[in-house]
Design a protein around this ligand. Structure first.
Ligand code: F6R
Length: 364
């Protein structure tokens, strides 16, 4: 049942800390505090490149994964949604790593993309929540997300569990490729192990999230902004809002705003920015200043360090604990999902079963 929560989605949002912790337990050895992967039938040190594919939220998790695999492990990554990847016929070096991400393991396009990658002699590593799924049977190796069953059609906890697995995979890949020394690895693992308790801190921000929800619920269009690993977080926030509140939302890489969408900005289009204090913070801040100068109302998801700098221009803020840049996309996902949830509650939609959507999309 819903354990006293209003919807399964709310219950599942509250499971983020637990699910991140359980997924880490599966991937990090508690004694050595090192990432330990199952035996792989290929060598992460020598895979020439990775190709990531998935649908919907799982695709956004893959975008964060690309960011980590490129920046930490210096592994070249190609990524596309599965419905495009399966028909693209991209040139692929045999022995590349195919990285498939799916909660259900049954999504038709992702499964078809898996099969087309396999035909090109690509190793298939799938990040799956349902471990006895069709994709699991057809993969060379499965890294499980320990999210438990997800009932709400809108994915929540499965997404942060996917990010957690991808973070660990990036660390292991970097170690294998010699791009991460022991000290740096320790720092990244520490940042991940800290996440369950930092994630639990997010729920203290409920009042701020509900204040923002009251503004968003009145809007017809909402613009989500983020840079770097926060760009996919913005995309996740926008998708979730569309899905369950039926409000149109678009996510843009913050730096792209001035190439078009800035013309949309006025008081009626709230701007939701994911902007924790990372090395890209100042860049995002200057984009937000531009939006503010054009009458934009800024709803900012940030952290204690970022709040000091952005409070003067923000209409409202959700202030999370400051965490390592590496862990920030995982933590910052939780409040943007919560915002979509609270907006849907205000709008009175069928939160757990939004119209026209199915939990598992088994047709193309
Ligand atoms: C978003 C959502 C969908 C799924 C997508 C992929 O909240 O639930 O976008 O993420 O349909 O599904 P899986 O992960 O089962 O392949």
């Amino acid at each position: 049942g819903k354990d006293g929560y209003r919807h399964f989605m709310e219950k599942e949002l509250h499971e983020h800390p637990l699910v991140i912790g359980q997924t880490l337990q599966r991937m990090v050895d508690p004694a050595s505090r090192r990432v330990v992967l199952p035996d792989l039938p290929f060598d992460l040190a020598t895979v020439p490149r990775a190709v990531i594919t998935a649908c919907g939220s799982a695709f956004y998790a893959g975008m964060v994964g690309r960011y980590w695999l490129e920046s930490i492990a210096q592994l070249p990554v190609d990524i596309d949604v599965a419905s495009e990847m399966r028909y693209r016929n991209p040139p692929l070096t045999a022995g590349s790593l195919g990285l498939l991400i799916s909660q259900s393991g049954e999504t038709a396009d992702t499964l078809a993309a898996l099969r087309s990658l396999r035909q090109k002699a690509v190793h298939i590593l799938s990040v799956l929540n349902v471990e006895h799924s069709t994709m699991a049977r057809e993969s060379d190796v499965v890294l499980g997300t320990v999210a438990g069953p997800e009932i709400s059609v809108a994915s929540t906890k499965a997404f942060t569990a996917q990010l957690t697995v991808l973070a660990c995979l990036s660390i292991a890949t970097a170690r294998a490729r010699g791009t991460l020394d022991a000290l740096a690895e320790e720092e990244l693992v520490a940042a991940l192990l800290d996440l369950p308790s930092r994630a639990a801190d997010v729920f203290a921000q409920g009042d701020a999230i509900r204040r923002m929800a009251a503004i968003v619920a009145e809007a017809r269009d909402v613009l989500y902004l983020g840079r770097g690993s926060m760009f996919p977080v913005a995309m996740e926030g926008a998708l979730k809002l569309k899905e369950i509140s039926y409000i149109h939302a678009e996510a843009y890489a913050a730096g792209e705003m001035k190439h078009g969408p800035i013309s949309l900005i006025d008081r009626t289009v709230p701007i939701v920015a994911s902007a924790p204090y990372t090395p890209l913070f100042d860049k995002t801040l200057s984009n937000l200043q531009e939006a503010k100068a054009r009458g934009g109302r800024l709803l900012v998801f940030t952290d204690t360090k970022g709040a000091e700098r952005v409070s003067a221009i923000a209409e409202d803020m959700v202030v999370l604990p400051h965490v390592h840049e590496f862990a920030a996309p995982i933590l910052q996902t939780i409040p943007v999902q919560m915002l979509a949830y609270e907006v849907a509650v205000l709008k009175g939609t069928d939160v757990d079963q939004p119209r026209n959507l199915a939990k598992s999309v088994t047709v193309e």
